[in-house]
Write a protein that binds this ligand. Structure first.
Ligand SMILES: Nc1nc2c(ncn2[C@@H]2O[C@H](COP(=O)(O)OP(=O)(O)OP(=O)(O)O)[C@@H](O)[C@H]2O)c(=O)[nH]1
Ligand SMILES: [Mg+2]
Length: 326
């Protein structure tokens, strides 16, 4: 059952309840049939019941929002908006959904332009970061393929020197896409690979360089140091501005996604997010927390394992993903 379905069930699913008295009392044995005009006490009890039911509805809605991965602050903001939305009486499910949709859209409404054009005659440099297994290497292949289809020349740089096999994985994908790659050996300083890569990119007049990195968040100090060193090589040694520093976030990750975003953006400035695995039953609510707290826009969305499974961010798609999550 999707989030949307549950909200509909909650606010529209029991219309027949409206017609029933809110406080039902068993008639006394042998009592006369009740008057149709209720006594003052009964009205008060009914109003109390209505308030109680409203509170129960909002408690249930709060649970649904939290369950969809929306953080507590955002959930409270949504509930407040639904409550004070000028709605007379009990809101319909559509009114509630419209307000939730509006609020999520407003938070996700950041500049999601992907910058892949360097200064005249120089390559655009795109650095890809993120924790292990989020989809960095696959997203690089998808992005390279997308750029190649737009007639850009692309060079990949294998700067994940930590994991055995990482270079070969990228090499296979580079072959499949049909773009060159600068190799590294396991344990090599990532910034020295980046240096080699940029030298080649400038010499070959490549349009876009995409750099793969290792994402060992468990050793945060080293990761921060390595990433900062890579950024220094690109920006200071080479004098090339980073066009994009993209953080890859797996949409199926819960609130840990926000921790990841905080950790990486403390290390280096993150310009955008690649949201992956939206095809894998993702709830995705945590992406809203990242947008709200860190103002990092989503720039690309990956929804499968083929090279074509990548598209520019579309706000409505992501809001629908959250609303339709199970
Ligand atoms: N279904 C689905 N799977 C994906 C998507 N993106 C990546 N994957 C899968 O996720 C797994 C990890 O992807 P990688 O690209 O190797 O992730 P990584 O971040 O480079 O991992 P490390 O190099 O180990 O840090 C692979 O099995 C990918 O096929 C996606 O959008 N949808
Ligand atoms: Mg990788």
């Amino acid at each position: 059952m999707s989030f949307l379905w549950r909200v509909r069930q909650l606010f529209d699913g029991d219309q027949s309840m409206e017609k029933r008295p809110l406080v039902e009392e068993a008639p006394e044995i042998g009592a006369e049939p009740q008057e149709s005009v209720p006594a003052a006490g009964q009205i008060m009890r009914q109003q109390g019941g209505s308030t109680r039911r409203e509170a129960a509805d909002f408690d249930a809605l709060e649970e649904l929002l939290i369950d969809a991965g929306i953080d507590v602050d955002m959930t409270m903001a949504i509930l407040q908006e639904v409550r004070r939305g000028g709605l007379l009486g009990r809101p319909t499910a559509e009114q509630v959904i419209e307000r939730i949709r509006g609020r999520l859209s407003a938070v996700l409404d950041l500049d999601s332009t992907l910058h892949t054009t360097g200064s005249p005659g120089l390559p655009a440099v795109v650095l890809i970061t993120g924790v292990n297994g989020t989809g960095k290497t696959s997203s690089i292949a998808k992005l390279a393929n997308m750029l190649k289809q737009q007639n850009h020349t692309v060079l990949l740089v294998a700067a994940d020197t930590f994991r055995a096999g990482a270079v070969d994985q990228l090499a296979i994908l580079a072959d499949r896409v049909g773009v060159p790659m600068v190799r590294s050996v396991e344990g090599q300083d990532p910034s020295s690979v980046v240096f080699n890569g940029l030298q080649k990119a400038v010499a070959d007049k490549v349009d876009v360089v995409i750099i793969d990195t290792a994402g060992r968040l468990e050793n945060k100090k080293n990761l921060t140091f390595e990433l900062q060193k890579v950024v220094r090589v690109i920006e200071t040694k080479f004098g090339l501005p980073l066009s994009e520093t993209l953080l890859v976030i797996d949409a199926t990750t819960g609130e840990n996604a926000l921790m990841q975003a905080r950790a990486f953006s403390e290390a280096i400035p993150i310009s955008g997010i690649i949201l992956t695995k939206v095809d894998s039953g993702a709830k995705g609510g945590s992406i809203v927390s990242i947008a709200r707290e860190l103002h990092i826009p989503i720039k690309l969305v990956c929804n499968g394992e083929t090279l074509m499974s990548i598209k520019p961010f579309d706000k409505d798609d992501v809001v629908n993903m959250i609303l339709l999550s199970e």
